[in-house]
Design a protein around this ligand. Structure first.
Ligand code: SIN
Ligand code: CO
Length: 375
């Protein structure tokens, strides 16, 4: 694979082999000349919306931390020191932010989470902590001093509204300038302090816990298991202990319930629906005045279509997943739908060669706001 400037002078293969999930990597000028994609006012406006997750972190007079969850109707004065505003999911709100996140597509979409933007005034930060996810910290404005530590002791201070390490002993320290980027593997202790006004973009990756996945999988299976028949006991005998569950009943039912089994396909469909499901605060706006199917087709065949930035489209084998829904592709449509998922769009010629089924799906996704016509 070719080198990405994003990773400095190493290839994605080298990055994944030597750093991903293993050790930190500082990349000076990962994006030379990088500037904030949104002005401060736009960011602050996003933080006022109830469909955007935001937090305000301030330092208390005793030197501890305080946190307020958004929507943030008011912010401290810009000239006040030591506060941080964190805005999650900025990629869902802005095309340039979405394009930045998609520069990391040498990693699978199934692992990608979101772009969080933080704005901090001098001395601001969220304190020494660790994250459970891989993260790329891209400096967007001003400077931030990152102290990081390979320490194993990840005990947190109890009773605080945010995760702060009890003991933090930095083993390395760097000052990041705009365009510099620091990759940190999960559970790597870090503490970033703003030097003057500072914006940091966090490109985060998700890795669901097994417990969370297991619970969701069993819920999913509850809707899809098929166990015909009903318990029967024609051989029942009189009992002198009516309150006791009969041993034979337990055995017979255990045998029946043990027939529940999971196929590779069950796991794939569950995982695809789960990973493509929009987050709880993501809503699609169905079009108020969509074109007719015929007009849509005409335009799509001319200019092509693109997935909207909120759409998550994945596939595995014959199954395609889009925004939490799944369906099986037939062989003829597989190449077209895989291209749509991998390149997040189709050109006009490909749409013109698409089957009726694909056209119907594209039209439905267009009216739901999942996909847009190219201009
Ligand atoms: C920040 O940008 O202030 C915090 C990001 C992080 O430490 O994960
Ligand atoms: Co962090």
């Amino acid at each position: 694979m070719k080198k990405l400037t994003l990773l400095g002078d190493i290839t994605p293969e080298q990055f994944l082999r030597d750093y991903w999930h293993k050790k930190p990597l500082l990349i000076r000028q990962a994006i030379p000349g990088f500037k904030p994609l949104l002005p401060f006012d736009k960011l602050a406006e996003l933080a006022t919306k109830d469909y955007v997750e935001s937090r305000l972190v301030t330092k208390t007079t005793e030197g501890s931390w305080d946190m307020q969850h958004g929507p943030l109707k008011e912010l401290p004065a810009r000239k006040q020191r030591e506060w941080t505003m964190l805005v999650q999911g900025v990629n869902l709100q802005d095309d340039n932010a979405d394009a930045l996140l998609r520069q990391f597509r040498f990693l699978p979409d199934a692992r990608r989470d979101d772009l969080m933007v933080s704005f901090a005034t001098d001395g601001g930060g969220v304190g020494p902590h660790f994250d459970s996810y891989d993260v790329f910290l891209l400096q967007a404005e001003g400077q931030r001093r990152w102290k990081i530590s390979a320490q194993k002791d990840l005990t947190l201070i109890e009773g605080l509204p945010l995760k702060i390490l009890k003991k933090f002993k930095a083993t390395e320290e760097f000052v990041l300038e705009p365009g510099d980027m620091l990759y940190l593997p999960p559970h790597y202790a870090h503490d970033g302090e703003a030097i003057g006004d500072c914006q940091t973009y966090s490109i985060g990756f998700r890795s669901p816990s097994y417990q969370e996945l297991g619970e969701a999988f069993l819920q999913f299976m509850a809707d899809s298991i098929d166990l015909p028949g009903r318990y029967a006991d024609p051989e029942l005998e009189p009992t002198s202990k009516p309150a006791e569950i009969p041993k034979a009943m337990l055995g017979k039912l255990a045998d029946e319930l043990n027939k529940v089994s999971f196929t590779e396909d069950d796991f794939a469909i569950f995982l695809g629906e789960y990973l493509s499901e929009p987050k709880h605060n993501v809503f699609f706006q169905p079009l108020e005045k969509p074109l007719t199917a015929g007009k849509f087709q005409q335009s799509a065949e001319k200019n092509g279509v693109s997935l909207s930035r909120k759409t998550q489209m994945l596939y595995r084998g014959k199954n395609v997943f889009i925004n939490g829904e799944s369906f099986a592709m037939n062989k003829a449509d597989k190449a077209t739908l895989e291209t749509l998922a991998n390149t997040r769009g189709l050109n006009g010629a490909t749409v013109a060669g698409a089957s009726e089924d694909v056209l119907e799906a594209l039209f439905a996704w267009y009216t739901d706001g999942w996909l847009e016509l190219n201009k």
